[in-house]
Ligand binder design. Structure first.
Ligand SMILES: Cc1ncc(C[n+]2csc(CCOP(=O)(O)OP(=O)(O)O)c2C)c(N)n1
Length: 352
């Protein structure tokens, strides 16, 4: 497996029927990381979880309308990956974008206001859940077209190289996007033109209700990079520290050598595809869902940190209380904010 040469970031995997087993467990990884950073990673994952629980509540109350795709279960991917970036770097992702936006530092109140269609939202209430955006923070969406962000990310990386800027682009997408033609066109050009971009496939096993086995001729999606002679890695997407290690290596390769990487983060979504689907749906059993919930990335990191004596139950309770307050304030801000006025109906939107 081509994965770069760093023993620190490379994933030690034994391939058994396409399923990887990590040889280094999370405790060992944690010992190599500053305890303050470990606590920060935990806080960010918990913020996403609590924010989305609140979003689900507001959706049920009819305060959020339209599409709303929750990220619950996948938090370790966005948190681990984005924790490796510098402020000048850029991020593009799919419509399942609340977590990525929160980690990048977009204001929780402005995100919640966007979900509620309010004028104070990050996209002035006109983008909604799928189109979070903040150019100043290098957060270039939130994209509703499956795979649509992949060629855009290649273009953003091309611009960085062309302008001689030391700027890395992270591009997140679901596993259903790897069968889109522009995924292949983008990977080909990214390697051919040596672009500073990291492609992160968040393989949560399902494209809406279609399991990956029914949509892809191969199981190891990271192998798709082989066609383009691109570096590639698979990682346990439920382990925030494993994700961080792999991303550190890929981001460094992009920044120092102008070389792209394809990463497959194996994760799982605990909720339905969107708010309009029940959590387990008809395409998976309650038992399967329960089994994956045992891999919960937040519980995993908090257990690791407790076992290392870095945090205790009191710390966790305080943290949770603090995050609940942030999320409640975000919801109140969204609720109190006005809807865009009628005269704004045609501004900032594409009119054919
Ligand atoms: C080009 C295109 N085709 C179909 C759709 C409808 N659609 C929305 S989400 C989705 C599934 C995508 O699954 P995946 O890429 O694995 O991401 P996930 O939802 O699992 O995060 C589909 C088919 C779309 N938005 N865009």
């Amino acid at each position: 497996m081509k994965s770069g040469n760093s023993s620190r970031g490379a994933v030690n995997v034994t391939e058994t029927n396409g399923v990887e087993t990590h040889l280094v467990d999370q405790q060992e990884r944690a010992r190599r990381v500053d305890p303050e950073l470990l606590k920060d990673l935990l806080e960010k994952m918990l913020l996403i979880r609590r924010f989305e629980e609140k979003a689900a509540e507001l959706y049920t109350l009819g305060k959020i309308g339209g599409f709303c795709h929750l990220y619950i279960g996948q938090e370790a991917v966005a948190v681990g990956a984005i924790s490796t970036l510098e402020p000048e770097d850029t991020i593009l992702c799919s419509y399942r974008d609340h977590g990525h936006a929160l980690v990048r530092g977009l204001d929780p109140g402005a995100i919640m206001a966007e979900l509620c269609g309010k004028q104070t939202g990050v996209s002035k209430g006109k983008g909604g859940s799928m189109h979070l955006f903040d150019r100043r923070l290098g957060f270039l969406g939130g994209h509703g077209i499956v795979g649509g962000q992949i060629p855009l990310a290649a273009g953003v990386a091309f611009a960085a190289k062309y302008l001689n800027q030391s700027r890395v682009t992270l591009c997140f997408f679901g596993e259903a996007a790897v069968n889109i033609g522009s995924f292949h066109e983008s990977l080909n050009l990214a390697q051919l033109w040596k672009l500073p971009v990291v492609f992160i496939c968040e393989n949560n096993g399902f494209g809406m209700g279609t399991p990956i086995e029914k949509a892809s001729a191969i199981r190891d999606l990271f192998e798709k990079a082989t066609s383009y002679d691109m570096s590639k890695m698979a990682v346990d997407g439920m382990d925030v520290l494993a994700v961080r290690e792999v991303l550190s290596e890929a981001v460094e390769r992009a920044r120092k050598e102008d070389l792209p990487t394809l990463i497959e983060a194996r994760t799982y979504r605990f909720m339905g595809h969107s708010m309009s689907d029940p959590a387990h749906g008809t395409y998976r059993t309650k038992e399967e869902l329960a089994e994956h919930r045992r891999r919960d990335p937040i519980k995993r990191l908090s257990s690791t940190l407790e076992s290392l004596g870095i945090i205790n139950q009191e710390y966790l309770d305080d943290l949770d209380r603090k995050i609940h307050e942030v999320v409640d304030q975000a919801a109140a801000f969204a609720d109190e904010s006005p809807f865009p006025p009628p005269e704004e109906l045609t501004t900032d939107v594409y009119l054919p």
